[in-house]
Design a binder for this molecule. Structure first.
Ligand code: RTP
Ligand code: MG
Length: 184
């Protein structure tokens, strides 16, 4: 029986199964994934390492990374939902203007956790303690992108990575990072 994040389907790496001995963890290979882009402003401001460090420290598992300049085609698909917004053209110009570090991280419930860690969209509104709140005052130059739903994550990861570029491996310390969540 699954005891992961509510409403997300079977996505976590460690799930609980009932046996005669009670609940015990069982390994599953597909935890939730998200596309995190360390945007051009973060690279230019030498903040990539500090941003990655926050996600690593939280316990997210890095499963893919690519240092690349986002193409117009990739950007238009990434931000397709904003096609009709007044800031769309400038947003595309910014995200394609210089290299980004495109990554995929994995953890149960990662999409919500990563968005919280990133903070509100505009740097000047983001709470201190969040990435944008600590390092950005800007509306557009907000350092980091994170998928906003599992459907978006699936599409966005495919925009940047072939399936064999997302690496499936075992984290040696998973048992310390991801204790089984039980029904409360
Ligand atoms: P992202 O997609 O980059 O992770 O950011 P987000 O979900 O927090 O924000 P979203 O609403 O998806 O907006 C995408 C990017 O567009 C720029 N933006 N400019 N009114 C404006 O000028 C405006 N609104 C949004 C930001 O760079 C934002 O990250
Ligand atoms: Mg967005």
């Amino acid at each position: 029986m699954y005891h992961g994040h509510p409403g997300r389907g079977i996505t976590r790496q460690d799930v609980a199964c009932r046996s005669t001995a009670g609940w015990k963890p069982v390994a599953l290979s597909m935890a939730e994934r998200t596309l995190i882009i360390i945007k051009p402003d973060a690279i230019q401001r030498h903040l990539a390492g500090r941003i990655i460090e926050r996600f690593e420290r939280k316990g997210f598992k890095l499963v893919a990374a690519k240092f690349t300049q986002v193409s117009k085609e990739q950007a238009s698909q990434l931000y397709a939902v904003h096609r009709d917004k007044p800031f769309y053209e400038d947003l595309l110009k910014f995200i394609t203007s210089a290299p980004s570090l495109v990554t995929v991280f994995e953890a149960d419930g990662i999409i919500d956790m990563a968005r919280k860690m990133m903070g509100a969209t505009f740097g000047y509104e983001a709470e201190p303690g969040t990435i944008r709140g600590d390092f950005s005052c800007s509306q557009r130059h907000n350092l980091v992108h994170g998928s906003d739903s599992s459907e978006s994550a699936e599409k966005e990861i495919k925009l940047f990575f072939r399936p064999d570029e997302v690496v499936d491996y075992k984290l040696a310390n998973a048992q310390w990072l991801y204790p089984v969540r039980k029904n409360t």
